[in-house]
Ligand binder design. Structure first.
Ligand code: PLP
Length: 403
């Protein structure tokens, strides 16, 4: 019927298969997850929650959503889960509403240091509904817990927020919880990026430490595009539920919730634990190799690192991103600690291995990728040579339709 869209989907399938995906927030969902998301469940209206819906005919989707909730709680060790947020941003909006009154004060990481738009950006709802004050990373780009403590005691926020989009090191959630207790405020963690590592037990968990934990399900967790909210506090759980529906959202996406349920089951498996370990190993192997070649990088303790392309190659992040795109390697420009260039240019790019590891990227492949990037950005290797190397790697990996 619609050849125009069909052609474009097949063009995008080809793009995803041909290239090396190094965007740290991306991943490839399994066929089972994708099938659920493309299923007839999209036909069903189910405003409300299992057992308390506004429409009839919800007995089957009630079961699906209840399974998704139970699996999320099993996976993360939480007592209450809301699996309805359409995205990580919606999850954050609902969590803020449950945790503080409008106008409440949030202490979060300054955006240029790796925070997310919903953590107080002037272009996001967050800064309009709440008052944001910020803490900073130290000159090495690491969290400075003493700086967070001083800011919390001085600013007396309602809420301290941790969890970031471009932070390459492990976060000590317990330490920040102690600070929140000392300052008499609540603590929220947005684990959107590291949820898969937390699920696999290769990053310490914020669940049971923070009052509320929000997440996406499509980044390292490798599920369908969507959001998730966890808490152990029943009062907060009730407030979160009414903040999602009816305050911010209408009918839940039960097809995506089915995809989330499958994703949680997959993440409970030993295979997933192995996968998350490999993601960390591959990321470290690539960062270490680039450093050996003389490139300035942040190093890594998780699934991503930042590379200073301005100092290493004399080009800005925007230019590096465009150059790598020429050889079918997808990355994104990113501010680095103490960046002197604006966010539209940046001095760095962000590199992550969650997606390529899903396709079967090995440690040796990750090291080879470091060389492909280095040689092309240095001008040692032509576009044709580099493209041939990229395509030889990706053609040896799993096809994305088969994941
Ligand atoms: C990706 C991300 C989000 C938002 O997720 P969307 O689903 O794109 O709305 C929120 N917080 C952090 C830290 C993120 O990295």
């Amino acid at each position: 019927m619609d050849k125009e869209i069909e052609k474009l989907i097949s063009k995008e399938t080809d793009r995803q298969n041909r290239g090396i995906e190094l965007i740290a927030s991306e991943n490839y969902a399994s066929k089972e997850v994708r099938d659920a998301c493309g299923s007839i469940l999209t036909n069903k209206y189910a405003e409300g929650y299992p057992g308390r819906r506004y429409y009839g005919g919800c007995e089957v989707v009630d079961e699906i959503e209840s399974i998704a909730i139970a699996r999320a709680n099993e996976l993360f060790g939480s007592k209450f889960a809301n699996v309805q947020p359409h995205s990580g941003s919606q999850a954050n909006a609902a969590a803020y509403r449950a945790l503080m009154p409008e106008g409440g004060k949030v202490l979060s990481l300054v955006l240029n240091d790796g925070g997310h738009l919903t953590h107080g950006s002037p272009v996001s709802f967050s800064s309009h509904l709440y008052t944001f004050v910020h803490y900073h990373l130290d000159t090495n780009g690491r969290l400075d817990y003493e700086n967070i403590r001083r800011a919390a005691l001085e600013e007396k926020p309602n809420l301290i927020l941790a969890g970031y989009s471009a932070y390459p090191y492990e976060i000590d959630f317990k330490k920040i919880k102690e600070i929140a207790d000392e300052a008499g405020c609540l603590f929220m963690v947005d684990m959107a990026h590291i949820a898969g590592l937390v699920a696999a037990g290769v990053h310490n968990s914020p669940v049971g430490v923070a009052d509320v934990v929000t997440s996406t399900t499509h980044k390292t967790l490798r599920g369908p595009r969507g959001g998730l909210i966890l808490t152990n506090n029943e009062e907060l759980a009730k407030k979160i539920n009414s903040a999602i529906f009816p305050y911010y959202q209408g009918g839940p996406l039960e097809h995506v919730i089915a995809g989330k349920a499958i994703c949680f089951k997959e993440a409970l498996s030993d295979d997933f634990k192995e996968y998350a370990l490999k993601v960390k190993e591959n990321t470290k192997a690539c960062a270490d190799e680039l450093e050996k070649l003389g490139v300035k990088s942040s190093g890594t303790e998780n699934h991503l690192f930042l590379m200073n392309v301005l100092d290493s190659f004399g080009i800005n992040g925007k230019e590096a991103q465009a150059k790598l795109e020429e050889i079918d390697i997808t990355t994104n420009k990113n501010m680095i600690p103490g960046d002197t260039l604006p966010p539209s240019k940046t001095s760095g790019i962000r590199i992550g291995f969650a997606a390529s590891t899903t396709r079967g990227c090995s440690k040796d492949n990750a090291i080879e990728i470091a060389h492909i990037i280095y040689d092309y950005l240095k001008g040692n290797s032509s576009k044709e040579e580099s493209l041939a190397k990229v395509h030889s790697l990706t053609s040896s990996w799993k096809k994305i339709e088969e994941i």
